[in-house]
Design a protein around this ligand. Structure first.
Ligand code: ZN
Length: 189
């Protein structure tokens, strides 16, 4: 009779942590150090990891992986090719929400056209370490919501209003920063 063995752990038992360590050892070692942020929940850290490796399953990414995609357009713009950078930085929904977050946080953040551009600006270190931590969490929270919004529209046919998305971003930020961080972050009420 055929059988399977789990070879990643000493006792041959499957475990999520062994799987995670194994995948980290494959992907993170060749693409840079692990950058898990202690303030973010694990699933959001995983999301950041996917973004950093340009592995979010946008329509463009799926097609480059060999899937047959009939329509490449963004669910919001209905015309622009749906790439990861489009969803997170260039789409009209993204532009509006980036603007709202800029105003709300009272932080001078330029417009970016993609993750690498944002990261280059971020790495230069325009702010103190504490503000830098907070800024990273804020931007990730924004991107996480943009991705959730896109999935909701595409998979659940729900189109949440931008104001509601922004309210949700604020709520998530307060929860994350309050429960996991000792950062003295000032956000406007
Ligand atoms: Zn769009």
């Amino acid at each position: 009779m055929d059988s399977f063995e789990w070879s990643l752990s000493k006792d041959d038992e499957y475990s999520v942590s062994d799987t995670r360590k194994h995948s980290d050892s494959i992907y993170l070692s060749v693409n840079g150090p692990a950058t898990r942020c202690r303030i973010l929940p694990r699933k959001v850290n995983d999301f950041v990891w996917q973004v950093a490796l340009n592995r979010l399953p946008s329509r463009l990414t799926l097609s480059t992986r060999g899937l047959e995609i009939e329509f490449f357009g963004c669910v919001s713009c209905n015309g622009q090719v749906e790439s990861m950078d489009h969803i997170l930085f260039e789409c009209s929904v993204a532009l509006d929400l980036w603007l709202k977050v800029r105003v709300w946080c009272n932080i001078m953040i330029p417009e970016f056209h993609g993750w690498n551009e944002w990261l280059e600006w971020f790495d230069v270190g325009h702010t103190s370490t504490t503000s830098k931590d907070a800024l990273f969490v804020i931007v990730v929270c924004l991107m996480w919501h943009l991705w959730q919004w896109r999935n909701d529209v595409m998979l659940n046919f729900k189109k949440m209003k931008k104001d509601y998305i922004f309210d949700s971003i604020c709520l998530f930020l307060f929860n994350w920063l309050d429960s996991r961080s000792k950062c003295n972050v000032k956000l406007n009420d």
